[in-house]
Design a protein around this ligand. Structure first.
Ligand SMILES: NC(=O)c1ccc[n+]([C@@H]2O[C@H](COP(=O)([O-])OP(=O)(O)OC[C@H]3O[C@@H](n4cnc5c(N)ncnc54)[C@H](O)[C@@H]3O)[C@@H](O)[C@H]2O)c1
Length: 326
């Protein structure tokens, strides 16, 4: 898939040192692509974690890394000659997007994305696939959410930046760039960001520390295993006539309480919980209608929630052990 007439296709993956970007880069290299990763190693979580995300890629001759900030011009020449740009770099996280730190969201999401679209257009890149988010839907009135039918009414400044990027994508689509945005629904699995709930629950179960439950625990999410999210992303880059946006949801909707029960069962111990009030911007429910991704990309999620949770818990055990040894 990654070779044409024996020559490797070139991909740019922004946010390659992050959770989803590192998995995507590994998949592309395994498929025969040459990948140039771009990442600025923001301090949202430790650099050491991001370097360890890149551990296996750094041994691959078909992978190289450019460390730079996408919101500052000068890096765009790296785009020349690439078949596809996978733009995953962003400042993620709903709760942190309120208050003063919004400036960071505006820069790393909106400004950086405009620079990527502009650069891809200037350098003749044929395809751009980028990470939008289920956050664009906010607290939807009906479920499951469907592209073009469910209104996009974000409830957090983070969701607003992703919604604004969807508008930017429309502008550059009209200018001739083939862009598809993927509305990822809560992605989980090995290397998940340390601020995300499943990761924090696994960390607490392995270390014996307590886990803060925000709200009543009955808020639910449509959980997507990382290799399924990556598969949809690769398919969007190879599709002949991709749609402007796709929902990418694993189809495994579960409440936080159910996730805790499943993980306690897998870990064989009880989680110490602290109750906290619900947070600004947290929505009650997310759920994706993925029929567009299925019909247009031939995509369907394959990893079940229990299998995915077992894989993440096992990775967290290894990660915590490695940190203790270091
Ligand atoms: N993880 C999820 O559940 C989820 C859900 C919906 C959408 N998304 C989106 O998917 C993408 C990847 O998310 P993730 O969970 O892997 O996040 P992550 O934080 O692990 O990865 C993002 C990477 O982007 C880099 N980055 C940020 N700003 C940059 C800039 N200006 N220049 C260069 N690099 C920069 C960071 O250093 C980081 O390594 C993001 O766009 C996120 O908004 C994620």
């Amino acid at each position: 898939m990654g070779r044409v007439n024996g020559v490797r296709r070139r991909a740019i993956v922004t946010g390659a040192a992050g959770f989803i970007g590192s998995h995507l880069s590994e998949r592309l290299v395994a498929d025969g692509w040459h990948v140039t990763g771009i990442d600025s190693f923001t301090d949202y979580y430790p650099r050491m974690d991001k370097e360890s995300n890149l551990a296996s890629l750094s041994r691959e001759s078909a992978f190289d890394l450019v460390e730079c900030d996408l919101s500052v011009d000068g890096w765009q020449r790296a785009l020349a000659g690439s078949t596809a740009v996978f733009h995953l770099a962003a400042q993620a996280g709903v709760r942190g997007s309120f208050g003063e730190s919004f400036v960071r969201y505006a820069r790393d999401n909106m400004v950086a994305t405009q620079r990527v679209f502009e650069g891809a257009n200037t350098h003749g890149v044929r395809r751009v696939v980028w990470a939008s988010s289920s956050s664009v839907y906010g607290d939807a009135e009906s479920h499951p959410c469907r592209e073009g039918v469910t209104p996009t009414l974000p409830r957090s400044p983070y969701g607003v930046t992703k919604r604004a990027c969807e508008d930017l994508a429309q502008v550059y689509r009209k200018a001739g760039l083939a862009i598809s945005g993927l509305r990822y629904f809560t992605v989980y699995g090995p290397r998940q960001r340390p601020d995300m709930a499943i990761r924090r629950i696994c960390d607490a179960l392995v270390t014996g520390e307590s886990f803060a439950v925000y709200g009543d625990g009955f808020q639910s999410r449509d959980f997507t295993y990382v290799t399924d999210a990556v598969d949809a992303t690769v398919r969007a880059a190879l599709a002949e006539n991709p749609a402007p946006v796709y929902n990418v949801g694993g189809g495994d909707e579960a409440t936080l309480s159910r996730i805790i029960a499943l993980l306690e069962n897998l870990a064989g111990c009880r989680l110490t919980q602290e109750r906290r009030p619900a947070q600004h911007g947290d929505v009650r429910r997310t759920s994706a209608d993925v029929s567009l991704a299925t019909s247009s990309l031939g995509w369907a999620p394959e990893v079940s929630l229990p299998d995915g949770l077992a894989a993440q818990l096992s990775w967290v055990r290894g990660h915590v052990l490695a940190e203790e040894v270091a």
